[in-house]
Design a protein. Structure first.
Length: 265
């Protein structure tokens, strides 16, 4: 839930307070979200700027970004991590090649994903770990059961779900405690999961809040007016449970995302 004295923070799982403006790291890869970006040094500078210059303490990543490229860049840029920095990562997709994403919810695979993320990030426990996609070929009890086992072993602190409906979320919550949901959400989105999360004290983490640029305002000629911080603030105002994780591979765009009053330092 959000703090009554700071509406720009949210406590993940009730015990991990973070700013509601985070940073999504998916763009810090090569074409097709595959391998290293063209300029890894700039990627590391962006990560350091997000945390050190703009006060962001919620980085969102996944083992499938690269794969493992971004987790490694995060460790190189920011390890040892600040005490208040939450790095959320995800597992449950295979990456046979560029722009190919396939769900795999076999328990042994999910366990392997989490163990590799621990290694690549250089941590003993993952503060927030998402099932990246529910695999329709594997019972949800088995998928979440693997994450619960890791949680009981002290390797995961909180469990999240990505790209889910209310029905899927309700089913998951009969199996274990869910701390966060990550769905795509833009100015034109209507997602009942937002209200469900607000009512039940879960974080709703909006990825691709600009719809890959489609929701950025434009003038009559179609030129991008580029007022992203206003869009982000509008989304944050929709619900106290709403968090946003805009992604960029540009220092200029990172700055633009962090200039709305109350959004970032």
């Amino acid at each position: 839930m959000t703090s009554s004295t700071d509406t720009q923070t949210f406590a993940i799982g009730g015990d991990l307070p973070i700013r509601r403006l985070g940073y999504g790291t998916m763009q810090l890869t090569g074409p097709g979200h595959w391998d290293l970006p063209a300029d890894p040094d700039t990627a590391r500078r962006i990560l350091r700027a997000a945390v050190h210059d703009y006060g962001i303490n919620h980085l969102d990543t996944a083992d499938s970004y690269g794969p493992h490229t971004v987790e490694t860049l995060i460790r190189q840029a920011l390890h040892p991590y600040a005490d208040d920095l939450l790095i959320a990562t995800k597992g449950g997709l295979t990456r046979p090649g560029p722009n190919i994403w396939r769900p795999c919810g076999r328990p042994e695979y999910l366990t392997q994903c989490a163990e590799l993320s621990l290694r690549h990030l250089g941590v003993d426990a993952l503060d927030l770990y998402y099932l990246h996609r529910i695999d329709p070929q594997v019972p949800l009890t088995d998928q979440l059961g693997a994450l619960v086992d890791l949680q009981q072993a002290g390797k995961i602190r909180h469990i999240g779900l990505s790209k889910v409906t209310v029905d899927q979320l309700e089913q998951a919550r009969t199996i274990t405690t869910i701390a966060a949901v990550q769905n795509q959400h833009t100015l034109t989105s209507t997602d009942p999961v937002v209200g469900y999360c607000e009512h039940n004290g879960l974080a709703y983490v909006a990825y691709k809040p600009f719809g890959a640029g489609a929701d950025l305002p434009r003038n009559e000629s179609g030129a991008n007016l580029h007022r992203p911080a206003e869009i982000l603030q509008t989304l944050l105002d929709r619900s106290p449970a709403m968090l946003v994780i805009p992604g960029t591979a540009s220092l200029k765009h990172l700055q633009a995302n962090c200039t709305a009053d109350g959004v970032a330092a």
